[in-house]
Design a protein around this ligand. Structure first.
Ligand SMILES: [Zn+2]
Length: 129
């Protein structure tokens, strides 16, 4: 199966290695890419684990799981990145995530802020794009 992140690679060798914990996303963009298939694959624990640690207690895992299961995940377009490479500790990724819920197409465009801590990238929050 092709990875839902849009890489045209197989899921197992693409974002699957991050979801299984075999590897850690090396860049903010890789983490962003890997979070999208986590919706498609209903891996909401991965979404929680890659949320900034101080914010994890507010993470509504049940809510995310319901949304993940009820939606059809149509694709992800990465539009821009700022910093966030392996040698950085902060970065942003601008993307559009496409999904369908109850027959309604939803194109969610966001700019997300990521930070690295102890060698791991985390999603912090959405910022102005
Ligand atoms: Zn992927």
């Amino acid at each position: 199966m092709t990875c839902p992140c849009g890489s045209n690679q197989s899921y197992e060798t693409c974002c699957g290695v991050f979801h299984s914990g075999q590897q850690t996303a090396p860049t903010a963009e890789a983490l962003m890419r890997s979070r999208y298939p986590a919706f498609a694959k209903h891996k909401t624990s991965y979404l929680k684990d890659t949320t900034w640690p101080a914010y994890q207690k507010h993470f509504d895992e049940a809510g995310y799981l319901t949304r993940a299961k009820d939606s059809i995940w149509l694709g992800l377009d990465i539009e821009a990145t700022e910093d966030g490479i392996a040698t950085d500790t902060k970065g942003t990724v601008t993307f559009t995530a496409k999904s369908m819920l109850n027959g309604v197409l939803n194109e969610q465009r966001e700019k997300n802020f990521f930070k690295k801590k102890s060698g791991h990238w985390y999603y912090v929050k959405a910022v102005e794009s």
